[in-house]
Write a protein that binds this ligand. Structure first.
Ligand SMILES: Cc1cc2nc3c(=O)[nH]c(=O)nc-3n(C[C@H](O)[C@H](O)[C@H](O)COP(=O)(O)O)c2cc1C
Length: 364
């Protein structure tokens, strides 16, 4: 079924303008019949942030910004889905074109700018599926023209707590001017204090919703020291490493397209995101689990990211090039690695290579 979907859709989608292709993929997923999700190997189950994930492969934020197809994605075999980024008020984002494929690099550049339907519409969709089960995280951000960005995050935590499996506090999108400044120690401390406070305020009616922090891969190591320190002291439940990069590796072949402004994702992000994962893992010292994202396009790449420190992984851009079968391919490879090495669960190898990776030359 998934292979047939890929075979039909990939050539067509790649022929279309990237944003039209994305829209069409969402429409196609809305039409997905109510198939049962494939049964996952019990060894792939992961417990993290108090949640039980059937498998460690998630859909990254930005694909289903408006919560239109979380159940279809779960049915296709994702272990969890992150919707958003959602902002309090709807916004249209940057002018098109704002999404570009770098075909020969198996990469994407986007400067979408948090286009989304706004909290009210997204809440309505999530409330309508609230009893469907499955782990659906809500990624939250501030409106571009907000006069109080911290208040935007707080409002979103209060609004979505009853329907969110977890929250991601996104302070790492490069396409909202100034947003990444929220990663600076003093600002981040203030933001996280207020976000965690909001979570505690709604705990009685909404339960204990984990709060994760999603960071940019472009932090330098002193900045990362501060970010992990603040995340630990404010007791966040986890971190997601990483968002898109503003860097343009020398190795990019599509040098013309590479000049487009925005965040780069996909294969050229893999080494930087792996290094940032390892650097975060050694700083977190087991205080909370980490989610790895950025250029994971094979089972081997997933394993590398897990050995660098990720308890869970997420995918977006590689799906453009590999199709939805990538999800099953990664799960199959991870399960067979566990079997071959006589291990019972992935947690046994999380971070096994982190220290060694931090000793390598910095990826360029
Ligand atoms: C078109 C596009 C839109 C994205 N939108 C968001 C977003 O709204 N919020 C967010 O936290 N990350 C967003 N991301 C970043 C992804 O979630 C992910 O962190 C990044 O793309 C690296 O993973 P990948 O190489 O698997 O794509 C977006 C990525 C792409 C390609």
């Amino acid at each position: 079924m998934i292979r047939a979907f890929d075979a039909l859709s990939l050539p067509l989608l790649r022929w279309l303008d990237a944003e039209d292709a994305h829209r069409l993929a969402i429409h196609g997923l809305k039409l997905l019949p109510p198939i049962r999700p494939p049964k996952d190997d019990a060894k792939l189950a992961v417990r993290a942030f108090g949640l039980n994930f059937p498998n460690p492969v998630g859909m990254a934020a930005g694909f289903d910004k408006n919560a239109e197809v979380p159940d279809a994605l779960l049915r296709l075999g994702f272990g969890f889905v992150e919707i958003g980024t959602v902002t309090p008020r709807p916004q249209s984002g940057n002018p098109r074109p704002r999404l570009f494929r770098l075909e020969r690099d198996e990469a994407v550049i986007n400067r979408m700018g948090f286009n989304n339907d706004g909290a009210e519409a997204v809440l309505r969709r999530l409330a309508a599926r609230a009893n469907h089960g499955g782990i659906v995280g809500v990624n939250v951000g501030a409106n571009k023209d907000s006069s109080d960005r911290v208040a935007d995050y707080v409002k979103l935590i209060e609004t979505f707590a009853p329907v969110a499996s977890y929250f991601t506090v996104n302070v790492s999108s490069p396409n909202t001017p100034g947003l990444r400044n929220l990663q600076q120690a003093a600002q981040l401390d203030d933001l996280l204090a207020k976000v965690i406070d909001a979570r505690e305020r709604v705990r009685e009616k909404a339960g204990d919703t984990p709060v994760l922090l999603k960071i940019a891969p472009d932090l330098d190591l002193t900045e990362l020291d501060d970010v992990v320190h603040v995340a630990r002291s404010r007791r966040v439940d986890g971190m997601i490493v990483a968002n898109t990069t503003l860097a343009r590796p020398q190795t990019l072949r599509e040098s013309h397209r590479a000049k487009e402004q925005g965040g780069l994702s996909g294969r050229p992000l893999f080494r930087l995101a792996t290094r940032m994962m390892a650097e975060t893992y050694v700083r977190a010292e087991g205080a909370f689990p980490l989610v790895g994202v950025g250029g994971i396009d094979t089972g081997g790449a997933a394993l590398t990211r897990i050995r660098a420190g990720a308890s869970l992984i997420q995918l977006y851009s590689p799906l453009v090039y590999k199709g939805l079968r990538l999800v099953e391919d990664i799960k199959r490879d991870l399960a067979s690695t566990l079997l071959r090495t006589g291990r019972d669960q992935l947690s046994e190898i999380v971070g096994a290579d982190a220290a060694a990776i931090t000793a390598e030359d910095w990826p360029v």
